[in-house]
Design a protein around this ligand. Structure first.
Ligand code: ADP
Length: 260
């Protein structure tokens, strides 16, 4: 310890300083690595849709093929996917930088979940998927959270359930109090499920269980990574369990009022 202002710092102090310097430098390098990785992943992900667009446009330009409306539609789909990808990249880079600041207020949870379920109402009807919502929390139950971020996390979970569940399947959304001070939302589906050996990776960004299937489903591979980041920033947890061929259950838990 330093006893007087004139004292030379001892070995301990120097070692401590060196330690904390190394830790900060290490964290910075780690952060830098994550950012570099994100940029190269993003470039990789954008290459495919841009190559598809370019190929089609070049063929049309050369006049080699007559321009069909359905060709234009598939080009439009690719641009939509790129737009989503870019929006999601912004969200993930914000969340991973640790600079996501939450704008929390007391939010009534039931209307929030209903609103998200309604977004997918038409899609569910088209696929004749039975979408049910069950609320086991007391009337008017409120959670102190950033409504926009939690809504986004729910959109990603319920959107996946709709996308991956085949026609005439079923989806349940259930809200309950897991234990005192913890709210729980389960999103369960009768989709294809996720093989056990792949389950640990589904929250990694750009990870896809079945690349061809998810690409045609318009997936970006970022939805779950974003949902998990948003939930964890609230001090909550997001986990999945699945039985291949039977379905998948995502369980989101949030503190009703996060500790400061
Ligand atoms: P994507 O945009 O590809 O859906 P996500 O991060 O949302 O990306 O999901 C990662 C992967 O996890 C998906 O590609 C899919 O293979 C798998 N997955 C996610 N949700 C489900 C689900 N409800 N049922 C089956 N597989 C799912």
């Amino acid at each position: 310890t330093l006893e007087g202002a004139d004292d030379e710092p001892g070995h301990d102090e120097i070692a401590m300083l060196a330690d904390s310097f190394n830790r900060i430098a290490g964290e910075w390098i780690q952060g830098e690595k994550l950012r570099n990785q994100l940029v190269s992943d993003a470039a990789h992900e954008l290459r495919t849709p841009i190559a598809i667009l370019r190929g089609h446009l070049e063929t049309m330009w050369k006049g080699a093929a007559e321009i069909k409306r359905e060709n234009l539609l598939s080009l439009l789909d690719e641009t939509k996917r790129m737009t989503r990808l870019i929006q999601e990249l912004q969200q993930i880079s914000l969340a991973e930088s640790g600079q996501l600041s939450l704008e929390c207020s007391w939010v009534r949870f039931a209307p929030l979940i209903r609103e998200v379920a309604d977004i997918f109402g038409v899609e569910a009807e088209e696929k004749r998927i039975d979408l049910t919502y069950e609320d086991d929390t007391p009337q008017g139950f409120e959670v102190y959270c950033d409504a926009a971020r939690i809504k986004q996390a729910l959109i990603n979970l319920i959107g996946n359930a709709i996308r991956y569940t085949p026609e005439q399947g079923a989806i349940w959304i259930r809200q309950s109090v897991a234990r005192e001070g913890i709210v729980q939302v389960e999103v369960a589906d009768t989709g294809p499920g996720i093989p056990a050996e792949k389950l640990p990776y589904i929250f990694h960004r750009f990870y896809r269980v079945d690349d061809s299937r998810t690409r045609t489903a318009g997936g970006t591979g970022l939805g779950l990574a974003i949902a998990k980041q948003f939930v964890e920033t609230h001090g909550g947890t997001l986990v999945a369990s699945s039985a291949e061929g039977k379905g998948t259950v995502f369980v989101m838990r949030l503190p009703v009022f996060p500790e400061a």
